[in-house]
Write a new protein. Structure first.
Length: 107
Protein backbone atom coordinates (compact mmCIF):
# COMPACT_ATOMS: atom_id res chain seq x y z
CA UNK A 1 0.00 0.00 0.00
CA UNK A 2 1.32 3.44 -0.85
CA UNK A 3 0.44 6.77 0.70
CA UNK A 4 -1.49 8.88 -1.74
CA UNK A 5 -0.04 12.26 -2.55
CA UNK A 6 -1.74 14.97 -0.52
CA UNK A 7 -2.92 12.63 2.23
CA UNK A 8 -2.07 13.70 5.77
CA UNK A 9 0.93 12.00 7.38
CA UNK A 10 0.19 9.07 9.66
CA UNK A 11 0.11 10.10 13.33
CA UNK A 12 1.66 8.08 16.12
CA UNK A 13 -0.20 7.46 19.36
CA UNK A 14 1.16 6.34 22.71
CA UNK A 15 -0.53 4.97 25.82
CA UNK A 16 0.55 4.88 29.45
CA UNK A 17 -1.18 4.57 32.74
CA UNK A 18 -1.19 5.78 36.28
CA UNK A 19 -1.58 2.73 38.52
CA UNK A 20 -3.25 3.59 41.83
CA UNK A 21 -2.43 1.14 44.60
CA UNK A 22 -4.54 0.69 46.59
CA UNK A 23 -7.53 1.63 44.43
CA UNK A 24 -9.15 4.99 45.19
CA UNK A 25 -12.91 5.51 45.37
CA UNK A 26 -14.10 7.85 42.62
CA UNK A 27 -15.59 10.23 45.24
CA UNK A 28 -12.07 10.98 46.56
CA UNK A 29 -10.76 12.01 43.15
CA UNK A 30 -12.78 15.25 43.11
CA UNK A 31 -11.13 17.74 40.76
CA UNK A 32 -9.17 15.09 38.88
CA UNK A 33 -11.97 14.57 36.36
CA UNK A 34 -11.85 18.28 35.55
CA UNK A 35 -8.05 18.03 35.16
CA UNK A 36 -8.46 15.21 32.63
CA UNK A 37 -11.08 17.21 30.72
CA UNK A 38 -8.85 20.30 30.74
CA UNK A 39 -5.89 18.29 29.42
CA UNK A 40 -8.01 17.01 26.56
CA UNK A 41 -9.31 20.51 25.77
CA UNK A 42 -5.84 22.08 25.82
CA UNK A 43 -4.55 19.37 23.48
CA UNK A 44 -7.50 19.96 21.13
CA UNK A 45 -6.80 23.71 21.03
CA UNK A 46 -3.16 22.98 20.12
CA UNK A 47 -4.22 20.39 17.48
CA UNK A 48 -2.61 17.66 19.61
CA UNK A 49 -3.95 14.49 21.19
CA UNK A 50 -4.08 13.87 24.94
CA UNK A 51 -6.95 11.97 26.53
CA UNK A 52 -7.10 10.62 30.07
CA UNK A 53 -9.79 8.27 31.44
CA UNK A 54 -10.52 6.64 34.77
CA UNK A 55 -10.56 2.84 34.51
CA UNK A 56 -12.71 0.60 36.79
CA UNK A 57 -16.10 1.71 38.16
CA UNK A 58 -16.27 3.26 41.62
CA UNK A 59 -12.86 2.05 42.80
CA UNK A 60 -10.34 3.56 40.40
CA UNK A 61 -7.22 1.47 39.86
CA UNK A 62 -5.84 3.16 36.72
CA UNK A 63 -5.91 6.38 34.80
CA UNK A 64 -5.28 5.55 31.15
CA UNK A 65 -3.71 8.22 28.95
CA UNK A 66 -3.46 8.20 25.15
CA UNK A 67 -1.30 10.91 23.59
CA UNK A 68 0.35 11.78 20.31
CA UNK A 69 3.71 11.93 22.08
CA UNK A 70 5.47 9.47 24.37
CA UNK A 71 6.82 11.98 26.88
CA UNK A 72 5.01 12.17 30.20
CA UNK A 73 6.22 15.53 31.47
CA UNK A 74 3.49 17.71 29.98
CA UNK A 75 1.88 20.34 32.19
CA UNK A 76 -1.31 18.27 32.48
CA UNK A 77 0.74 15.29 33.71
CA UNK A 78 2.43 17.46 36.32
CA UNK A 79 -0.94 18.78 37.53
CA UNK A 80 -2.37 15.27 37.64
CA UNK A 81 0.56 13.99 39.67
CA UNK A 82 0.39 16.99 42.01
CA UNK A 83 -3.26 16.19 42.69
CA UNK A 84 -2.46 12.53 43.35
CA UNK A 85 0.23 13.61 45.83
CA UNK A 86 -2.20 16.05 47.46
CA UNK A 87 -4.65 13.18 47.93
CA UNK A 88 -1.81 11.09 49.43
CA UNK A 89 -2.49 8.42 46.83
CA UNK A 90 0.20 5.87 46.10
CA UNK A 91 0.74 5.55 42.34
CA UNK A 92 3.18 4.47 39.66
CA UNK A 93 3.34 5.52 36.02
CA UNK A 94 3.86 2.90 33.33
CA UNK A 95 6.18 3.51 30.41
CA UNK A 96 4.70 4.83 27.19
CA UNK A 97 3.94 2.16 24.61
CA UNK A 98 2.95 2.70 20.98
CA UNK A 99 -0.67 1.86 20.23
CA UNK A 100 -0.49 1.86 16.45
CA UNK A 101 2.50 -0.36 15.82
CA UNK A 102 5.17 2.34 15.86
CA UNK A 103 8.19 1.86 18.05
CA UNK A 104 9.66 5.36 17.92
CA UNK A 105 8.18 8.86 17.81
CA UNK A 106 7.47 10.13 14.34
CA UNK A 107 7.60 6.78 12.63
Amino acid sequence: MTIEEGSPPRRSFWAYGYVLDPPVHRDRLGPMGALLDEGHEQARILARTWEGRFINGDDITHILVVSDQPNQDLEVNQLLEAELYRLKTSFAVTRSVPVNGDSEPGM
